[in-house]
Design a protein around this ligand. Structure first.
Ligand code: AMP
Length: 562
C-alpha cells in the first residue's frame, strides 16, 4: 500500500472498499471525505454541506459500504437523488467502490423506465437502492414494506430535490422507513426548508462543511474553459498549441489520469512526465529536478504528488480536473507566479462543475474569466510564430554554411529551392499541419467542446453564398469513434421530447450494459446517435428490439455514415 492510501486506511473504512479505491487510483481523501467518513462510520446522523466536485459521493459511499452486511440480502441503504442522471451516477460510483465486496448489489430506481425490472432487481436482494423520490413512491404504492429493512438513508443534493418539488414524496418515503436508522443529508445550500427537514427527520446531526476562508491570489492570470469530461485531453492539446509556456504543471485527480495525460502529451512530442503517489520518492525528486533544469517541460500530477513543488520556471498551471475545494485551487495555482513572476492558471470545468467554479470565485474574491478553445486559425498562427522564432537565429549563418549543399541537393533531387524548403519544413516539424486545411483535418473540433465565441456567432447564421464555412465543416465532421465502439441510430429525437438521459436509462436498463460501455449520445431533431460496444452488438440490438422510450419505439440500428 502506498503511503497515500494510508490517508484512507486511517479513516477506518472496510479493507475491501479500500482495495477498490486503491484500484481506481484515489490517493488521499478529499477534505469533505476526511471529515464525513469518520462521522458516518461512527453511526451518527450528519448534515454535509458540499457540492458536486468535492468528492461528496465517495464521502458517503465509502463509509456506508463499510457498514453494510453483505450476508443479508435485503435493502439496507437507500440513497435519494433528485434526478435520474444523478441516481445513475451514484449507482455507478457504488458499483465501483463495492467491486471487491462480494455479494453486495446496487439497484437504481428512477422514472421513465419500466417498473417491472426495477422491482425484480429490488426483490433479488440488492442491499443498496439509489432512487429518485417520485419513482420510489410509485414502488411504495405497490409494496408498502419495500423499505422496512433499510438502516441507512442518504439524501443527496437535498436542496435540488426540494427545488424539483419532491417535498411530499420525501415525506411519504420517511414514513415508510424504520424510525431507528442513520440519516445523512448532503446539500450545497442550507435554506430554511432543508433545516426544517433536518430538524424533523435527523437525530442530533453533526455538521460537516469545508471551511471556505477567503484566499488571496496575486499575480496570477486566471481563466476557465467549459469542456466535456471525455474531451479534456483534446482540449489540453489544443490549448498547449497557443499558450506560451516555459514549464507547466497539469493537475488531475487519479494516478491513472496522470499516466494517460502524460503519455498523450509525450505522443505529441512534449517533454512530459507523470507524478503520482505510486512513484518512489527518489524518482519523484528526479522528475522535479528535470522540470527545473528543462529536461522536462510538463508534469502531470495529483495533488499529493505535487506537494511542495517549487520550480520558478513554472509559468502555467492547468487544472485539468477540478480541485476539491477553493483552498486546494489556490494551493495548486500557487505553483506558478513564483519568485515574483507572473503566472497563468487555466481551469477546465465540466457542465456539472459550474457551481464549484462559482464557489472558487466567491472564496478568492476574483472572477475567473471564461476563455474558449483556440480555433484552427489560431493554432496555425501559433505554429507559424513558433517556427519563425526558431528559424530566426539560424538565418545569419545558414547561407554561408549550407549554400553549396543546397545547390547540390536541388540538383540531385531535381527540384526547386522552394520544393526543397517545403520538404525540409515537413521533416523539421514532424509532418505537423502548416496550412489551415491541414490543421482542421488534424484537430476536428469535437462537437460539445466549447466553440470559440466568434465562430459560434458565425455558425449561428447561415453561410453566405460562396462563403466557405469552416465552422460548418468542422461541426459536421464525423467524430472519431473510440476503439471497439460503433455508432447506432435511434429513431427518436428532440422533437419526440427525448433527452440523452432517457436513452441512456433505457439502454442501461433493458440492455443490461455497464454505464461506461455506452459512449457519447447525440440527440438530433428527429433521431439520435449513440456509441455502443461493437462486441455483442447484435445481441444487444435484439434485446432492445421492442424497447420504447416516451411511448415510442426506439428502433435502434447500426448507423453507417457516408
Ligand atoms: P463528486 O463530488 O462526488 O461528484 O466527485 C467528483 C469526482 O471526484 C468523481 O469523478 C470521483 O470519482 C472523484 N473523486 C472522489 N474522491 C476522490 C479522491 N479521494 N481521489 C480522487 N478522485 C476522487
Amino acid at each position: 500500500m502506498t503511503q497515500e492510501t494510508g490517508g484512507f486506511a486511517a479513516l477506518g473504512i472496510h479493507p475491501a472498499v479500500l482495495a477498490a479505491i486503491t484500484a481506481v487510483g484515489y490517493e488521499e481523501p478529499s477534505p469533505i471525505q476526511a471529515q464525513a467518513i469518520p462521522v458516518i462510520l461512527a453511526g451518527h446522523d450528519m448534515i454535509g454541506q458540499a457540492q458536486t466536485g468535492t468528492g461528496k459521493t465517495a464521502a458517503f459511499a465509502l463509509p456506508m459500504l463499510s457498514r453494510i452486511d453483505p450476508a443479508r440480502r435485503e435493502p439496507q441503504l437507500l440513497i435519494l437523488a433528485p434526478t435520474r442522471e444523478l441516481a445513475l451516477q451514484v449507482a455507478t460510483a457504488f458499483e465501483t467502490y463495492a467491486s471487491q465486496l462480494p455479494g453486495v448489489g446496487v439497484v437504481a430506481v428512477y422514472g421513465g423506465a419500466p417498473m417491472g425490472p426495477q422491482l425484480k432487481a429490488l426483490r433479488q436482494g440488492a442491499q443498496i437502492v439509489v432512487a429518485t423520490p417520485g419513482r420510489l413512491c410509485d414502488h411504495l404504492r405497490r409494496d408498502e414494506q419495500l423499505l422496512s429493512t433499510v438502516k441507512h438513508l442518504v439524501l443527496d443534493e437535498a436542496d435540488e430535490m426540494l427545488k424539483l418539488g419532491f417535498m411530499d414524496d420525501l415525506e411519504v418515503i420517511f414514513a415508510a422507513l424504520p424510525e431507528s436508522r442513520q440519516t445523512v443529508l448532503f446539500s450545497a445550500t442550507l435554506p430554511h426548508s432543508i433545516r426544517e427537514i433536518a430538524e424533523k427527520h435527523l437525530r442530533e446531526p453533526q455538521h460537516v462543511k469545508i471551511a471556505a476562508k477567503t484566499q488571496t491570489v496575486a499575480r496570477i492570470d486566471q481563466a476557465h474553459l467549459m469542456v466535456h469530461a471525455d474531451q479534456k485531453t483534446a482540449a489540453v492539446l489544443r490549448l498547449l498549441e497557443v499558450e506560451e509556456f516555459d514549464a507547466l504543471i497539469a493537475f488531475v485527480r487519479t494516478k491513472q489520469a496522470t499516466l494517460d495525460l502524460a503519455s498523450a502529451l509525450e505522443a505529441k512530442g512534449y517533454k512530459a512526465a507523470a507524478l503520482n503517489g505510486d512513484i518512489a520518492q527518489n524518482q519523484r525528486e528526479r522528475v522535479i529536478e528535470s522540470l527545473k533544469d528543462g529536461r522536462l517541460d510538463i508534469v502531470v500530477a495529483t495533488d499529493v504528488a505535487a506537494r511542495g513543488i517549487d520550480v520558478p520556471r513554472i509559468t502555467h498551471v492547468f487544472n485539468v480536473d477540478m480541485p476539491y475545494d477553493p483552498e486546494s485551487y489556490v494551493h495548486r495555482i500557487g505553483r506558478t507566479g513564483r519568485a515574483g513572476r507572473d503566472g497563468r492558471a487555466l481551469l477546465l470545468v465540466t457542465p456539472r462543475e459550474r457551481r464549484m467554479l462559482q464557489v472558487i470565485e466567491r472564496v478568492t474574491g476574483q472572477k475567473v474569466a471564461e476563455v474558449h478553445l483556440p480555433n484552427a486559425q489560431q493554432v496555425l498562427d501559433a505554429r507559424i510564430r513558433k517556427l519563425t522564432a526558431s528559424l530566426q537565429p539560424l538565418l545569419a549563418e545558414a547561407e554561408a554554411s549550407h549554400g553549396e549543399l543546397l545547390d547540390r541537393l536541388t540538383a540531385e533531387l531535381d527540384c526547386s529551392p522552394r520544393a526543397l524548403a517545403s520538404a525540409l519544413l515537413r521533416k523539421a516539424t514532424n509532418g505537423q499541419g502548416l496550412t489551415l486545411a491541414e490543421v482542421e483535418r488534424e484537430q476536428p473540433l469535437v462537437p460539445g467542446v466549447a466553440v470559440p465565441r466568434e465562430r459560434r456567432e458565425r455558425s449561428e447564421r447561415a453561410p453566405e453564398r460562396g462563403e466557405r464555412s469552416s465552422v460548418h465543416r468542422e461541426r459536421r465532421a464525423p467524430m472519431p469513434l473510440p476503439e471497439g465502439r460503433v455508432r447506432c441510430r435511434a429513431a427518436l429525437g428532440a422533437r419526440d421530447g427525448i433527452a440523452a438521459k432517457n436513452l441512456l436509462g433505457a439502454i442501461l436498463n433493458e440492455g443490461g450494459l455497464a454505464r461506461d460501455s455506452i459512449g457519447r449520445i447525440q440527440v438530433r431533431d428527429s433521431f439520435s446517435l449513440i456509441e455502443l460496444p461493437e462486441d455483442g452488438l447484435e445481441r444487444l440490438l435484439g434485446k432492445l428490439r421492442d424497447t420504447r422510450v416516451a411511448g415510442k419505439q426506439l428502433k435502434l440500428r447500426r448507423y453507417r455514415e457516408d
